[in-house]
Design a protein around this ligand. Structure first.
Ligand SMILES: C[S@@+](CC[C@H](N)C(=O)[O-])C[C@H]1O[C@@H](n2cnc3c(N)ncnc32)[C@H](O)[C@@H]1O
Length: 448
């Protein structure tokens, strides 16, 4: 399939049937497609998924047929057409309409094509007259439709934060983040990497908080850069970079990273430890443990011992053996919606409850691996308190061998005023910090 819009429509149908957007894009965007086409497919798929409720609201204003009765191909062809005309500057309106109409004709015949044409032209003609739910009458409905977030999430966030914060959060989560990379200090320093990236045609900007972070402003595809293949850097969000700093690892530490794949924090900690000491890196999925192996090989992290293990199953032989235990827990991922917009549709309120108990179990079991005087770092890429401070607070209430440890010595100074009173944990928010949403807690074992 060589037409990027056709490919995007087919992927959108699969995503609505339950496939993961990122996996589909990785699978179908092969090197025989031009860079431009790959970028367009990615933009259309992520853009439609990100703005789904608003796009469907617009369609429903102009279609006499209920959305649920429109065939998946026609519906997604209209969505792709509307996304291009409302959210992208670079595609002329007539081209967006014509492409959708001719694809519908190819797949569903002339009648469906006429319907598509009528809706899209009508939407274009009346685009300035679209009336969204009134913000002053029903703020929840307005935020849900206008920013395209499920109403349960909007309700939850308004209760947790407030209306203004929720609106800012939605806006930030709808922004496309610049790719973020970590300088691999095992192989290069920041200056060397900047020079090499510039020679390879990439432009970068410094990190918001940390020395080892660079943001890519524009570049050839990252995986094709020589500097990537030589392991000079690792793609990693700054929030995740901050989490490995919070671990405060040092040379000759014995570290256990219990949910480590694909190895972002593992390889970073190996760099901080200057490849001295040991990091045992577990993950439950064999294919993901292979990613740890591949990434550590590319990044020359030689002290990492990857293993397929379920962190919920205790191993008595390893109790109290580690200086640092890192639990980068499986979580809802609601903090990384900027990168993976389909998360907002795939996650349900009950997932948060289920994940909380899974995280609690891992926390309970893996805390036993920390030696007296050692540290436990618990993190998630979620901003939901149940997965974060509530979980840790409940753990601490039941385990008097642990206390919160002051994060300030490990965090960039600019973040100190975001720490709560005990200084033992921090939540990063995209609308405040400009990073992914992330939670990091640091605990100390004070008793055997
Ligand atoms: C947030 S990701 C880890 C990201 C990683 N720490 C990094 O920085 O690249 C969570 C990982 O936990 C793994 N996982 C889920 N349940 C697990 C379990 N019971 N035991 C070990 N790993 C688990 C998942 O396969 C996933 O790779």
């Amino acid at each position: 399939m060589s037409n990027p819009r056709e490919l995007a429509i087919c992927m959108l149908i699969k995503i609505q049937e339950g496939s993961y957007g990122n996996l589909l894009l990785n699978q179908h965007l092969t090197s025989d497609m031009s860079l431009k086409d790959r970028a367009l497919v990615t933009e259309l798929v992520n853009g439609v998924v990100q703005n789904l409720l608003r796009i469907d609201y617009i369609i429903s204003q102009f279609s006499k047929i209920d959305l649920s009765k429109i065939s998946p191909f026609v519906k997604n062809a209209i969505r792709v057409g509307i996304y291009q005309t409302f959210f992208l500057d670079r595609v002329p309106d007539f081209a967006a309409v014509n492409e959708s109409v001719s694809l519908v004709k190819k797949y569903e015949g002339k009648r469906a094509a006429n319907f598509t044409n009528a809706i899209l032209r009508n939407v274009l003609r009346k685009r300035d007259k679209i009336v969204y739910p009134n913000k002053n009458i029903n703020i929840e409905k307005y935020l849900s439709i206008y920013y395209s977030f499920p109403s349960w999430l909007i309700q939850r966030w308004i209760e947790l934060f407030d209306k203004n914060f929720t609106e800012e959060l939605c806006m930030a989560l709808n922004e496309r983040p610049k790719p973020c990379i970590r300088v691999n200090t095992l192989v290069a320093d920041r200056e060397e990497l900047e020079k090499q990236l510039s020679a390879e045609g990439a432009r970068v900007a410094p990190g918001l908080f940390t020395e080892e972070t660079l943001y890519i402003l524009d570049s050839p595809p990252i995986a094709q850069l020589e500097s990537f293949n030589k392991g000079l850097f690792a793609p990693q969000d700054e929030s995740s970079i901050i989490a490995s700093l919070a671990a405060g690892v040092k040379s000759n530490d014995k570290v256990l990273d219990v949910a480590a794949a694909p190895g972002g924090k593992t390889a970073h900690m190996a760099a901080i430890m200057q490849n001295k000491g040991e990091i045992i890196a577990w993950d439950i999925h064999p294919h993901r443990v292979r990613l740890i192996e591949q990434n550590c090989r590319r990044l020359k992290a030689t002290i990492v011992v990857p293993e397929v293990r379920n962190a919920k199953i205790p191993d008595k032989n390893m109790f109290r053996k580690f200086d640092k235990v890192i639990i980068d827990a499986p979580c809802s991922g609601l903090g990384v919606i900027r990168r993976k917009p389909d998360i907002k549709w795939s996650k349900k309120p009950e997932d948060i409850t289920a994940l909380k108990s899974e995280q609690k179990e891992i926390l309970e079991v893996c805390s036993k691996y920390v030696k007296p005087g050692g540290f436990l770092i618990y993190s998630t890429c979620s901003i939901e308190p149940e997965e974060n401070e509530k979980n840790v607070d409940e753990f601490l209430a039941k385990n008097d061998s642990f206390i919160y440890d002051d994060l300030r010595p490990y965090l960039p100074e600019k973040l100190h005023n975001s720490l709560k009173q005990s200084y033992g944990y921090i939540t990063l928010y995209p609308n405040i910090h400009g990073t992914d949403g992330f939670f990091i807690a640091r605990l100390k074992r004070i008793k055997a």
